[in-house]
Write a protein that binds this ligand. Structure first.
Ligand SMILES: [Zn+2]
Length: 220
């Protein structure tokens, strides 16, 4: 196992109920190259199911349920929350990650929300649910466009957006929005170029950073 887990008790910051959850206590350095959207390689993917926990009492989903939730707890009873914002999935990991994204939106933590939607999309990719994975990616893209101030100047998110659009089959948008984008680093410029190249070829598959021509192992 490339990581170690442990059972611990957590007390929900919303309803006060204590429940047992598995958390990651140690992880080895990944051996393979990550995907273009930074999805972990190989065995590290199985860590995803521990990235969000759900309170069995009130339904609060977060990285850990003892993290404070500042908005109104009635949010967890809404149809929107209970139905994962209308993204249909039987994958419990994805559902928890989507609910965590909705919690982050409620808390105005838009970068965390995008990361959580992306992680949910990875889980849905593995589950073979292409439709729901696309919903997660496109919801994350909309979130970035609706809250530009939260993402301004963050090139990592810019590249993640390019990959989310390409994986969703929005090839024209990738080419139009990213073909002339400049970055401060050679690696980012190379990733951007590769995304535009893949989009031009209408390739919406998963690709890893080490597929990029001219990028040496040291730069990865
Ligand atoms: Zn609770």
């Amino acid at each position: 196992m490339p990581f170690k887990t442990e059972e611990r008790e957590f007390t929900c910051s919303v309803c006060g109920r204590t429940s047992s959850h598995t958390i990651i206590t140690h992880q080895d350095k990944p051996s393979g190259a990550p995907d273009l959207d930074l999805r972990p390689a190989g065995d590290h993917r199985s860590m995803m199911k521990y990235w969000a926990m759900e309170c069995p009492g009130c339904g609060y989903c977060c990285t850990t349920i003892d993290m404070p939730f500042c908005s109104d707890a009635s949010f967890f009873s809404t149809i929107e929350y209970k139905t994962c914002g209308d993204i249909l999935t039987a994958d419990e990991t994805a559902a928890r990650l989507i609910k965590r994204a909705l919690v982050f939106i409620e808390e105005h933590s838009y970068k965390d929300a995008v990361r959580s939607y992306l992680a949910a999309a990875w889980s849905l990719d593995d589950d073979g649910n292409e439709f729901a994975a696309k919903q997660c990616r496109m919801t994350a893209v909309s979130l970035m466009e609706d809250h530009p101030a939260a993402f301004r100047g963050d090139n990592n998110f810019k590249l993640i957006k390019a990959d989310m659009l390409r994986r969703s089959g929005e090839f024209d948008r990738v080419v139009r929005e990213f073909q002339d984008t400049a970055y401060p680093s050679l690696l980012m410029t190379a990733i951007n170029f590769f995304e535009v190249h893949l989009a031009s070829a209408e390739d919406k598959g998963i690709h890893t950073i080490d597929e990029i021509p001219g990028i040496s192992a040291a730069e990865k």
